[in-house]
Ligand binder design. Structure first.
Ligand code: UT7
Length: 332
């Protein structure tokens, strides 16, 4: 019997219907389609509208689709981890809400927060439960309703972010497939450059925090950009190098979609061409924990069993990382 690995056996994603275009943003703040397109690669993003609609709405739709697609009985799920930076509430965990709504009555569930690297951190964590033999079916959700914490008067941040997410099913395999390596990093000294000042225990909500617009994302874009380019590219390169992967071995880079220029720099450092880079930033913008499962979903039909994939992300914290996996199935 071979070594047990955790393999992705299905993926599904979901985005809300409302399309926020660059043209609409240009009517709200001093910006233009030309500026947004050339600086970020984004043309439009999705927004979850309506009262009492939280990140769980995205997660529930993604997981319901995943269970249907993989013909999985929700009662068989052992664990559900939800990577999110925009939970429905501070507590209970959005993962608990999703698990309950999809009927995963035998699963334990929790949230994991690692900014835009959340999905990779959650995927790596989930794989440990499988490899250790504690769980056989694990759902990993990456979902965010970024519009809940974006200041639509701040042109430097409102143009980037959108709402959406996806989910994957992880199961054990004895074949030479699945998660092979992970290189995860964090550096809390990044806090001043990307954070939400109020709403947590350090600065609970008050009239003063609301008037100061402290419940929105604060991002020093160019500083974050420099860290992201350097670190996402480095970690993607390093995971290839330490696994003896050459550019021609890699079927796809699956990058976090924050800015097309960061993605291009990562691909360049890896020595791979644009045809091997999953890209959907033009449609969805930066959905934080949602970007990587959204990419896997959009490109699922192009993936073949045995493909070598490098997943890479950078986000608030700072957090960053890369995962190397071999894809486990073909879609017929
Ligand atoms: O998701 C994980 C973490 N986040 C990221 O990875 C995001 C990283 N950062 C970025 O993607 C980029 O920094 C941004 C897209 C946020 C900004 O692009 P930039 O090329 O770094 O612009 P900048 O912040 O250096 O600003 C350049 C100029 C400034 O004007 P001045 O001072 O040169 O006159 C800004 O005021 O562009 C101006 N500007 C804009 N102009 C038109 C900033 N935002 C806009 C805008 N429209 N939306």
């Amino acid at each position: 019997m071979g070594t047990t690995t955790a393999v992705i056996t299905g993926v599904h994603a979901w985005v809300p219907d409302y399309v926020l275009t660059n043209a609409e943003l240009a009517s709200m703040v001093d910006t233009s389609d030309e500026w947004i397109t050339t600086r970020t690669g984004i043309k439009e993003r999705r927004i979850l509208k309506g009262e009492d609609q939280g990140t769980s709405v995205i997660g529930i739709e993604a997981v319901k689709g995943l269970l249907a697609k993989t013909a999985t009985d929700p009662a068989e799920i052992d664990l559900l981890i939800c990577a999110t930076t925009t939970p429905d509430m501070l507590f209970p965990a959005t993962g608990n809400i999703i698990a309950n709504a999809v009927g995963a009555a035998n699963a334990f569930s929790y949230d994991l927060q690692a900014g835009c690297s959340g999905f990779l951190f959650a995927l790596t964590t989930a794989a440990q439960f499988i490899v250790a033999g504690h769980c056989r079916k694990v759902v990993v959700v990456g979902a965010d309703k970024m519009s809940a914490i974006i200041d639509y008067q701040d042109r430097a941040t409102c143009i980037i972010f959108g709402d959406g997410g996806g989910a994957v099913l992880l199961e054990p395999s004895e074949e030479d497939l699945g998660l092979r390596d992970a290189l995860l990093r964090s550096d809390g000294s990044g806090e001043p450059y990307l954070h939400m000042k109020a709403g947590g225990s350090r600065r609970p909500p008050s009239l003063a925090t609301i008037e100061a617009r402290e419940h929105y994302v604060h991002q020093e874009g160019s500083t974050v950009f420099k860290f992201a380019v350097k670190n996402m590219a480095q970690v993607a390169y390093e995971i290839m190098d330490r696994n003896g992967l050459k550019a021609e071995d890699v079927a796809f880079l699956v990058p976090h979609q924050a800015n097309k220029r960061i993605i291009d720099a990562t691909a360049e450092k890896m020595g791979i061409g644009p045809e091997k880079v999953m890209l959907n930033i033009h449609k969805y913008g930066n959905t934080t924990s949602g970007t990587i499962p959204l990419c896997l979903h959009d490109y699922e039909k192009q993936l073949r069993q045995g493909d070598h994939l490098v997943l890479a992300a950078f986000g608030a914290g700072f957090t960053w990382g890369a995962v190397y996996l071999r894809w486990a199935y073909d879609v017929n």
